[in-house]
Write a protein that binds this ligand. Structure first.
Ligand SMILES: NC(=O)c1ccc[n+]([C@@H]2O[C@H](COP(=O)([O-])OP(=O)(O)OC[C@H]3O[C@@H](n4cnc5c(N)ncnc54)[C@H](OP(=O)(O)O)[C@@H]3O)[C@@H](O)[C@H]2O)c1
Length: 261
């Protein structure tokens, strides 16, 4: 067996697609997950938790290349810290971050409550960059799947609040996975150009698209969010219009994923 590529978060939305592509390319893959899983053809699972550090040594053992897709709404800097401490001999660490991580200022409790995720992603990026390991970091805009999850939750409400002035440029997770695998199999490249979806939408427009696709009717009410981070978000700090390299649109994604009631 050649050195396996470790994919943290290989059970998640993006990570699963990364694992599939790596396997299609003939790579042996190891997945780190907090739960135990049966091995699959060419895929080995190691149980561990990046937040506590438990099980990470075994996960990184002999893995020259690591694709770090594990993440959550909070604490990604701790996960990255534990990973780089254990992976001191890796030849290439690939990290997925979010567009705007470096532009959305989190300066108050209000900012942190709503945008702490961006602060945590930037801190994780810095840990990767300062680790001394050869690295590649890609920042992507929000995945279609995330917008769908939010829209599904919102549609349970009789009236849907939408943050006024917020825009999103959703991108297909499979396209991000393809780019991440291309980067993984290439030379370490540091911070590479952002990746965004094909079009920028208003938050209300995305919700309307979902309601239309599922044949629901709900009033959408704009809500003005306070704080400096929200102001910068309204100015488009989460967008990469000059890097609209994704092809699959929100409408195409919805047509495949959503059934009419
Ligand atoms: N979703 C977006 O719109 C978006 C946009 C840009 C960037 N990103 C970034 O892309 C990455 C993947 O996002 P996603 O939406 O695919 O996430 P996801 O579907 O929520 O999956 C999260 C993954 O992280 C793993 N994980 C979480 N906490 C962990 C821990 N403490 N130890 C080990 N593994 C842990 C989970 O594995 P187990 O549950 O199996 O342990 C799961 O595989 C994240 O870093 C995210 O910040 C996401």
């Amino acid at each position: 067996m050649t050195s396996p590529i470790l994919v943290t978060g290989g059970t998640g939305t993006l990570g699963r697609l990364v694992v599939r592509r790596l396997r299609e390319g003939g790579c042996d893959v190891r997945v780190l997950s907090r739960r135990s899983h049966e091995a699959e053809d060419g895929i080995e699972f190691v149980t561990g938790d990046l937040a506590t550090g438990e099980g990470i040594e075994a996960a990184v053992d002999g893995a020259e290349t690591i694709v770090h897709c594990a993440g959550g709404p909070k604490g990604d800097e701790d996960k990255a810290g534990n990973l780089v401490r254990a992976a001191s001999r890796a030849a290439h660490l690939v990290y997925i971050s979010v567009v705007g991580a470096d532009r959305i200022p989190v300066v108050s409790r209000v900012d942190r409550a709503m945008f702490g995720y961006f602060e945590s992603k930037l801190a994780a990026e810095q840990i990767v960059a300062d680790s001394g390991l050869p690295f590649t970091t890609l920042r992507a805009t929000q995945f279609h799947d995330l917008i769908l999850t939010v829209a599904q939750q919102m549609a349970r409400l009789p009236v849907i609040p939408a943050p006024a002035g917020f825009r999103v440029q959703p991108v297909d997770a499979a396209e991000v996975a393809a780019r991440l695998v291309e980067l993984t199999l290439g030379e370490p490249a540091g911070l590479v150009p952002d990746m965004g979806g094909p079009r920028v939408y208003g938050a209300d427009e995305l919700l309307r698209g979902y309601l239309r696709a599922t044949q629901r009717r709900r009033p959408i009410v704009p809500v003005w969010l306070p704080g400096r981070a929200a102001r910068v978000f309204r100015a488009g700090a989460n967008l990469a219009p000059e890097q609209a390299v994704g092809h699959r649109s929100w409408e195409e994604f919805l047509a495949d994923r959503v059934s009419r009631r």
